[in-house]
Design a protein around this ligand. Structure first.
Ligand code: FPP
Length: 256
């Protein structure tokens, strides 16, 4: 797959819709199983088709000039699914890295992985490390893959790392600030998501980016992930462009 490395942040989207473009869009790619079941297909077919949607979303993000795309690819709770489905998803991740990594690298995409790496199977861990290492100098679209990710666990790990510094005398308890915690998270150095898109009609965060989503805009799409199209993506971007973000303050007009 190829992603245009040429992106101009905060401009007009490819279809001509005006308004501000989000710097960072995060996706909860939901509804693969329902899409497949509705067609009397095995759930795994939904995941396979979901990977096609992911490819199209990455391409489109590069084209319109989004800087960061985060995908919730596998949550720490997803291990409780039937073994066959988990192993299919691991195979899909393997195929994604093996087939798409060199194209993504050529397109100047930088891959970052967030989530708990502690208990990952060595083969999977090696793949994720390879994707990050190969692309670490790239300057185009940032693709953040949330894998074995759970937001509460991420916050706990960040708190533990700060507590260890306090125990060693490297940090005072009073120095623990929002900035310090932000920098201890897996997402350190990334802007917070401006827009979080969830497909399939479900309206919840499901333990995704709880800390980082403090001021995110949410967009819920009724379509299941395998049928989420570039036009649907553009609709979400146009909707974002029309929103007023106040960060707890007032509109410029209202404050006069
Ligand atoms: C949620 O749909 C989707 C997932 C748990 C997996 C998402 C994976 C992909 C989109 C494929 C790309 C994957 C990788 C690893 C790069 P669901 O199965 O919960 O759907 P349901 O709610 O309809 O059952």
């Amino acid at each position: 797959m190829s992603v245009s490395p040429d992106h101009t942040p905060h401009t007009v989207s490819a279809d001509g819709a005006s308004g501000n473009l989000p710097r960072h869009v995060a996706f909860i790619m939901d509804g693969n199983g329902r899409w497949a079941t509705a067609r009397s297909l095995p759930r795994t077919e939904g995941h396979r088709q979901g990977l096609e949607t992911l490819r199209s979303v990455i391409r489109h993000s590069g084209r319109v000039g989004i800087e960061v795309v985060t995908i919730y690819s596998f949550s720490s709770e997803n291990w409780s699914r039937p073994e066959a489905e988990v192993s299919f998803l691991m195979g899909l991740l393997r195929r994604f890295v093996q087939r798409d990594l060199s194209e993504l690298h050529k397109s100047n995409v930088r891959i970052r992985i967030i989530g708990n790496r502690a208990d990952l199977e060595p083969g999977i861990l090696a793949l994720l490390n390879e994707a990050e290492d190969l692309t670490k100098e790239n300057t185009g679209l940032n693709l953040v893959v949330a894998f074995n990710y759970g937001s509460r666990a991420e916050i706990v790990r960040a708190a533990q790392s700060l507590a260890e510094k306090v125990a060693k005398g490297e940090l005072q308890a009073g120095d623990i600030s929002e900035t310090a915690l932000t920098e201890a998270m897996d997402t350190a150095g990334l802007p917070d998501p401006d827009l979080i898109i969830r497909t399939s009609g479900e309206m919840r965060l499901s333990n995704f980016l709880l800390w980082q989503a403090a001021y995110s805009e949410f967009y819920f799409c009724d379509k299941n992930w395998p049928e989420f199209s570039e036009a649907d993506f553009d609709k979400a971007l146009a909707c974002f462009g029309s929103r007023q973000r106040r960060y707890g303050g007032l509109d410029a007009k209202a404050s006069l």
